[in-house]
Design a protein around this ligand. Structure first.
Ligand SMILES: Cc1cc2nc3c(=O)[nH]c(=O)nc-3n(C[C@H](O)[C@H](O)[C@H](O)COP(=O)(O)O)c2cc1C
Length: 171
């Protein structure tokens, strides 16, 4: 199978996942800006990944442009995929239904506040003020508050295994 992995990452965690996936699948690795719809017709399977920013998923606009037999889409965010409901985010991307040739996976990223750009620092500052006022923050919100302004890294290579196993079933 000819496989391409495409990613869009701002601070590198999605890039790490994309590199791990490409290595495991012996796939070709591309940044989103290298995408060209003619070229990606050649692939039997395209794996597309993007970081999550305020509920939006970077690179998801490519989904409409990728026409291949199998599409694997993955997101990378700070929230814990085991306890997060992604349905509203996914419905925005696939308003009707998730096509049969498409499978979605969610992975956990990280954050280093020192490296954030000005706009992202401001956004996180606003979120911290908002969440900080809550009387009963959720576990996710408590984690956000406790890590605010610091550095956390939840990236985990083993978490890609279900994606790798799924792609192998397509061969
Ligand atoms: C401004 C901002 C908004 C974010 N919004 C979300 C979000 O809605 N959901 C989430 O799970 N993580 C969110 N995150 C965390 C990022 O998704 C996380 O840092 C991810 O690892 C970034 O991927 P990247 O390093 O590939 O850019 C946000 C981070 C920033 C700085």
């Amino acid at each position: 199978m000819k496989i391409a992995v495409i990613y869009k990452s701002k601070y590198g965690t999605t890039k790490n996942y994309a590199q791990w996936i490409a290595e495991e699948l012996n796939a070709e690795l591309y940044e989103k800006k290298e995408f060209n719809s003619k070229k990606f017709k050649e692939y039997d399977c395209v794996v597309l990944g993007g970081g999550m920013y305020a509920g939006a998923i970077l690179g998801s606009d490519l989904i409409k442009k990728i026409h291949c037999k199998n599409l694997i889409f993955f997101t990378v965010g700070l929230a814990d995929p085991m306890t997060t409901d992604y349905s509203t985010h996914i419905e925005k991307i696939f308003p009707k239904a998730i096509p049969e040739n498409t499978k979605i996976f969610h992975f956990r990223g990280g954050i280093d506040y020192e490296k954030l750009n000005f706009v992202h620092k401001k956004m996180m500052g606003m979120l911290q003020k908002f969440v900080g006022k809550k009387e009963n923050p959720s576990d996710e919100e408590k984690l956000f508050l406790s890590t605010y302004s610091g550095k956390v890294d939840f990236t985990d290579k083993i978490s890609i295994n279900p994606l790798i196993e799924y792609v192998k079933t397509l061969a």
